[in-house]
Design a protein around this ligand. Structure first.
Ligand code: HEM
Length: 215
């Protein structure tokens, strides 16, 4: 086993990064509260994987979206399971990001030099909310339609820019097939891409600055 590992190490370099990772300094009083961010990241990975599987059968069109979701739930093998994983991961992600944020506040880890990481973290929360909102429309049933109708009309009430914002979000004056495609593109491409970039920056700063010492 040792020889195989040595051979792999000489070609692939598995030992060195592993040792560096283990040698990184940690705060003296470490607790399970420091795992909340890691749990949030694991849920994000579950979302990505289950979302990739769902995208094989989902059809983002006005005529087909609803039926494709019914097909995923009733006919596709384990489709109901993958859908449930996606839904539960999305809800739990919000819960764990909020718990992680509370941990950071209680430990006052938002103070310099971590203020930029706090900002980047806050942006991930916005992206997570936006992902939930755009994903809610995709089943294209009555509940989804009216939730989006109400949610987007709130944007329309903003003084001066409201009307333009409403058009931008809906892709026109009302919620229709154009809105569905717009939300689909945001949900499966733009928002996950932004989240990926933000998380890379988040982890990069955690690695560079180390975990704060707590209270
Ligand atoms: C998907 C969202 C997020 C993920 C996956 C994530 C993940 C992580 C992980 C793994 C750590 C290191 C260990 C830990 O403290 O848990 C961390 C640290 C940190 N996070 Fe997040 N985070 C997210 C959102 C946020 C949010 C919303 C904020 C604040 C608004 C935030 C602020 C911070 C700060 C300031 C640190 C450094 C903490 C310290 O050094 O003690 N993060 N994050």
């Amino acid at each position: 086993m040792g020889k195989i590992l040595d051979w792999l190490d000489s070609r692939f370099g598995i030992k060195a990064p592993h040792q560096r990772f283990l040698q990184r300094p940690l705060p003296k009083r470490l607790s399970y509260l420091y795992c909340l961010g890691g749990v949030a990241f694991t849920l994000f990975l579950c979302l990505l994987f289950s979302g990739l599987l769902l995208s094989i059968h989902y059809v983002p069109s006005q005529d087909e979206a609803f039926h494709s979701v019914v097909r995923i739930t009733r006919e596709v093998r384990l489709g109901w399971f993958v859908r449930s994983i996606h839904k539960w991961s999305a809800n739990l992600l919000i819960v764990f990001i909020i718990l992680h944020t509370i941990r950071v506040v209680v430990h006052r880890a938002y103070r310099p030099p971590r203020e930029l990481n706090w900002l980047v973290g806050a942006m991930t929360l916005v992206i997570a909310f936006a992902s939930g909102f755009t994903g809610y429309l995709l089943p294209w049933d009555q509940k989804a339609y009216w939730a989006t109708e109400v949610g987007t009309s709130m944007a329309g009430t903003i003084p001066l820019v409201g009307k333009y914002l409403l058009y931008l979000v809906r892709g026109g004056p009302e919620v229709n097939g154009v809105t569905l495609i717009r939300f689909y593109s945001l949900h499966v491409l733009w928002l996950p891409l932004c989240m990926g970039i933000l998380l890379w920056a988040h982890f990069h700063m955690v690695k560079r600055q180390g975990i704060s010492g707590g209270l």
